[in-house]
Design a protein around this ligand. Structure first.
Ligand SMILES: [Cu+2]
Length: 150
């Protein structure tokens, strides 16, 4: 085998393995519930995600497989999570009534599953009941990296 051919094969194997190594399956569980929160000094009932208001930060890298299990813990309200700015299959968008997605019934679960096809910072929020209202905003960060290098 010539040196050039073996070097080409080595580069090919490295490129293949580097993309294979960095793509990961990242899984989160998000519990949508209603709780009292106190941000301003006045306790208010708010929709929370994992007990937090605002909702928690989710981190991914481009190429990852995102698996996000959403558990609607509300007793009598439909819910969902809407992802803003992401390139997603239509059913994963999260707006009830859009692309045949019906929302998540009370005490039920839905799993969002999609390939992360971009990088940047995006936001998401819970939607609750009909008409669906936006609440409990949180953030996604894809490949945030070192900002000092930009
Ligand atoms: Cu939205």
């Amino acid at each position: 085998m010539s040196i050039q051919l073996s070097q080409s094969l080595l580069v090919g194997v490295c490129l293949f393995s580097s993309s294979w190594v960095y793509a990961a399956v990242k899984e989160y569980h998000l519990n949508i519930d209603e709780q009292m929160v106190n941000i301003t000094g006045k306790p208010l009932k708010r929709i929370t995600v994992n007990g937090q208001f605002p909702a928690p930060l989710l981190e991914f890298e481009e190429g990852d497989e995102a698996i996000i299990h959403v558990h609607n813990k509300l007793k009598n309200k439909d819910s969902s999570i809407h992802w803003h700015g992401l390139l997603l299959p239509g059913l994963m968008d999260g707006v009830p009534g859009f692309n045949q997605f019906k929302g998540i019934k009370p005490q039920s679960d839905f799993t969002y599953r999609f390939k992360v096809r971009q990088n940047g910072t995006y936001w998401y929020h819970a939607l609750v009941s009909r008409p669906f209202k936006r609440t409990g905003t949180g953030w996604f960060i894809w490949d945030f990296g070192d900002l000092s290098e930009r």
